[in-house]
Design a protein around this ligand. Structure first.
Ligand code: 3PG
Length: 348
């Protein structure tokens, strides 16, 4: 795999670099994923390259879902880097290319949400070629979406010289330590609103894991028979009491917190992905806060992943007490389960 850190700087001089990032984030609450790619952007600027940033955001059904536009991100990056960022709101690739070439003022450009294009999710070659035509070099710095086979993460690498960015390299290095030799017992904490997607991940990590501790939202998503099925796996520990409102489960209760703390205390490796309750509301953040303090006290190697969870750790100012913060949610869990991520494989 070619790493951007090893590139001959001359190769970047006056070149247009397509930088795939993951800006799939709640822009008001969470800028962790944006901050994480700033070193790569600064690196490219310092080498006098032009940068065309590519990203997805959310899961739009079609282009009409303007709530998921990346337009606000242009302003955010522009403010953070104190430089102009030009946003393209349509996908007229020929015109975009002309504008990039002619623009003497901007060095950074941002394309609209790639998931507005159906070809993105389908890993379509036609779209990949059109994207590749915009630049000279492609850099994947979107670890968080490397578990998806998309046109801008996989197919594109067939049509343009491709590199792994600074963030991707950091994620691979940091997480590989745990994949190679996870210190047992391993405790995996899974929560957040996408908890349903994480059930598959339990199967992948099942052999390596001592206990899975699940957040309260699983009870909002599953029916009783489905919960009973989960209970058959003795490694899965479900909450036993809750903070509820109108029949909805918003946080774990005090008995669950005590039970989870004891298990966390036994761990030598802890992976945490997804808040344990609905932390957007302070009154439902007790479970996550209590588990975070148990995690920092444990003598384990501690990996925190996923935008919401990392942001929570940052807001509690606990980042220095954790061993590794990953931008990946599902991607991190797949990587840690030893799966080969398509976005990484494509760079080989
Ligand atoms: C994430 O937030 O985990 C990535 O951006 C991937 O998003 P997805 O689960 O919608 O593909």
């Amino acid at each position: 795999m070619k790493y951007l850190t090893k590139i001959n700087a001359k190769k970047l001089n006056n070149k247009t670099c397509l930088l795939r990032v993951d800006f799939n984030t709640n822009l008001l609450r969470n800028s962790f994923r944006i901050n994480a790619v700033l070193p790569t952007i600064k690196f490219l600027i310092s080498k006098k390259a032009k940068i065309v940033i590519l990203s997805h955001r959310g899961r739009p059904i079609n282009e009409k879902n303007k709530k998921l536009s990346l337009c606000p991100v242009a302003k955010i990056i522009s403010k953070k880097l104190r430089t102009q960022v030009r946003f393209f709101s349509d996908f007229n690739f020929k015109k975009i290319k002309e504008k990039i070439n002619l623009d003497k003022k901007s060095r950074i450009f941002l394309l609209e949400n790639l998931r507005f294009l159906p070809g993105e999710k389908n890993n379509e070659s036609k779209l990949a070629k059109r994207l590749a035509s915009l630049g000279d070099i492609y850099i994947n710095d979107a670890f968080a979406v490397c578990h998806r086979k998309n046109a801008s993460t996989v197919a594109i690498t067939k049509y343009i010289e491709s590199y792994a960015g600074l963030l991707l390299e950091k994620e691979i290095d940091g997480l590989s330590k745990v994949v190679k030799a996870p210190k047992k017992p391993l405790v995996v904490i899974l929560g957040g609103s996408k908890i349903i997607n994480k059930i598959n991940i339990i199967n992948n990590l099942n052999k390596k894991t001592f206990r899975f501790l699940l957040g309260s939202s699983i009870f909002n998503k599953l029916t009783n028979p489905e919960i009973k099925k989960l209970q058959k796996n003795k490694k899965i520990i479900l909450p036993i009491d809750f903070i509820k409102n109108n029949g909805m489960y918003f946080d774990i209760g005090p008995k669950t917190i005590e039970c989870y703390k004891k298990i966390i205390n036994k761990a030598n490796t802890i992976i945490w992905n997804g808040p344990i309750g609905m932390i957007e509301k302070k009154k439902y953040s007790t479970g996550s806060k209590q588990l975070a303090s148990a995690i920092i006290r444990a003598k384990a190697f501690k990996i925190i992943g996923g935008g919401e969870t990392v942001n929570f750790i940052l807001s509690e100012n606990l980042q220095k007490r954790m061993s590794f913060l990953s931008t990946g949610g599902g991607a991190m869990l797949d990587f840690l389960a030893g799966k080969k991520l398509p976005g990484i494989i494509a760079l080989w």
